[in-house]
Design a protein around this ligand. Structure first.
Ligand SMILES: [Zn+2]
Length: 319
């Protein structure tokens, strides 16, 4: 197959992309690499080369022309991602972007502390750079966070590697979260109250005895106070549990301690807390989350990769 010029900057693409289908990753990511190899991703440099109105500039640094090579290798913002990964990625060979990709994604050595194959981790970093870049373009208030990209890539890669260190870390976290006994479910609820006008939102997350996400529910309520927000969370969570036909349920609100006999520290309920804050900020109407939403994923995994929360406690029940 012929060589194609991909970015007009001297980088060539080897038309033989059979290596793409050998990557250890989700099929969607293989397709992403396949499109990348066929000049098919909508970065601004490619759009400009097709006379689609755009300034062609990189949305991350806003300085250079956004070719795939620039976006994934040469951009000073993207470089922060690779530095955050600290994973001894293969050095980039001049004018051989796809050689660099191929060498990295097919590398099966496990050189990192997380016990994730180099190629799988690299592949997910590439994907999440692209996802974060698109969020920045289409949702201008979304920050491009190198550390979040690394955490998300670790999380997704760990799903493919059952014996990875992260998998074992999940078990540890679930122990600290204290799952309910077999056959029972646990509902964590929380409320968020933000801004000078006291906009409140409520959220509830239901997990099973294995610690797995069963369902989440959240709603922007309006103007109110933090106690009202948490009571709304309790109402939403209980309604959701009833819809699911759950009969055995532990209920753990965060801070309505004066009215109820237990208290859960926010550090142990951070996902519900984050869900409520997100909904309050975005003013999202009633929404059910059947899977962990992406915006909670990084928080979840940030805990697992060492950003721990701790607090001295005494004689208080936590969950
Ligand atoms: Zn750039």
């Amino acid at each position: 197959m012929a060589l194609n010029d991909i970015d007009g900057m001297g980088t060539t693409v080897n038309g033989n992309l059979s290596w793409v289908w050998k990557i250890q990753c989700h099929a969607r990511l293989k397709f992403f690499f396949w499109k990348l190899g066929h000049d098919g991703i909508a970065c601004n440099g490619i759009l400009a080369s097709r006379n689609i109105p755009t300034d062609g500039l990189c949305p991350l640094c806003a300085v250079d022309f956004e070719s795939p090579y620039h976006l994934f290798v040469d951009c000073n913002v993207t470089k922060l991602v690779w530095q955050a990964g600290a994973n001894n990625f293969k050095a980039f060979a001049l004018n051989d972007f796809f050689g660099w990709l191929r060498e990295n994604v097919l590398c099966s050595s496990i050189s990192n502390d997380l016990k994730i194959p180099h190629g799988t981790f690299f592949t997910y970093i590439m994907w999440h750079i692209w996802v974060a870049r698109n969020k920045k373009v289409f949702f201008s208030n979304e920050a491009f966070s190198p550390s979040s990209i690394i955490h998300l890539a670790m999380a997704r890669a760990a799903h493919l590697v059952p014996n990875s260190k992260l998998d074992r870390m999940v078990s540890n976290v679930e122990l600290s979260w204290t799952p309910p006994e077999s056959g029972w479910f646990k509902l964590n609820v929380d409320g968020s109250c933000i801004g000078t006008h006291q906009h409140i939102a409520a959220a509830g997350i239901i997990r099973n005895s294995s610690g797995h996400w069963v369902s989440g529910i959240a709603q922007y309520i309006g103007v109110g106070n933090s106690i009202q927000a948490e009571l709304w969370g309790l109402l939403l969570g209980l309604k959701r549990a009833r819809e699911l036909g759950i009969q055995f349920l532990h209920v753990l609100p965060t801070s309505v301690q004066p009215m109820l006999s237990w208290h859960v520290f926010r550090e142990k309920n951070c996902y519900t807390d984050n869900l409520a804050k997100h909904v309050a900020t975005m003013r999202i109407s009633l929404t059910v989350f059947d899977v962990v939403p992406d915006f909670l994923f990084s928080v979840f995994w940030a805990d697992l990769v060492g950003i721990s929360r701790s607090r001295r406690i005494k004689n208080i029940v936590v969950g």
